[in-house]
Design a protein around this ligand. Structure first.
Ligand code: GRF
Length: 217
């Protein structure tokens, strides 16, 4: 008996992308889907910010967009429940957080367990939270990078799917390091979603195994 807890589905997936800002990771995902690299479609692009630039881009790309105004809800739980209802009605397989700046409630994370992934601009578990590129520079690490991980109620702590490493240069500013990391984000996020819908991600406790990987040995 193995202790496998989750195996991602091998199917054409329905994705909801959550954004709060410019949406470059959303675009990278969408571009990869259009090229046939990922076996999925973006069903809806959701935002908690009415004027998120990425929402406008999604609209220009003829994708369904959805905005819910947080102030219309009494609590974070109510807000997330409203989102969950929208997702259920669209039969969403995977939620891709892409610069979504609200912390999801534990209840929401539980309902969509193993169906929410996030991209973080540092090598987790180092540098959680915000402004992590500056934190990496200030700490003096020689390398930082990006991480795609499953989302659990503990922020930035879910099982890691893919990572990319970039050097931290002595002359780096928050902006230059962010740009170097972002380039890698746009590669590893599509890669992680592709693996997900190829049915190749297996979560065993904290570890995510990539099935049939060239790098398994
Ligand atoms: C990215 O750096 C991502 O890692 C972080 O938020 C930023 C979003 O950028 N979670 P964008 O909106 O995808 O361009």
């Amino acid at each position: 008996m193995t202790d496998t807890t989750f195996r991602s589905p091998n199917k054409k997936g329905k994705i909801a992308v959550f954004i709060s800002g410019r949406g470059s990771n959303f675009m990278a995902l969408h571009d990869s889907i259009k090229k046939g690299y990922i076996n999925a479609g973006i069903t809806v692009v959701f935002s908690n910010k009415k004027n998120a630039p990425g929402l406008q881009i999604a609209q220009d790309r003829n994708l369904e967009i959805l905005y819910l105004r947080p102030k219309n809800y009494e609590s974070r739980e109510d807000y997330d429940m409203a989102i969950a209802k929208e997702l259920r009605s669209r039969d969403i397989d995977l939620i891709c957080l892409a610069g979504y700046m609200r912390i999801l409630t534990a209840e929401f994370c539980r309902e969509f367990k193993h169906r929410i992934i996030n991209i973080h601009p540092a090598l987790l578990p180092s540098f959680t939270g915000l402004h992590v590129q500056q934190k990496a520079i200030d700490w003096g690490v020689r390398f930082s990078g990006a991480t795609v991980h499953f989302v659990i109620p503990d922020v930035d702590m879910g099982p890691i799917i893919t990572q990319a490493v970039v050097p931290v240069l002595q002359k780096d500013t928050e902006d230059t390091l962010s740009a170097r990391i972002l380039k890698e984000e746009h590669k590893i996020y599509p890669e992680a979603v592709r693996l997900y819908f190829e049915g190749r991600l297996e979560v065993r406790d904290r570890r995510v195994l990539i099935l049939d990987s060239l790098f398994k040995s």
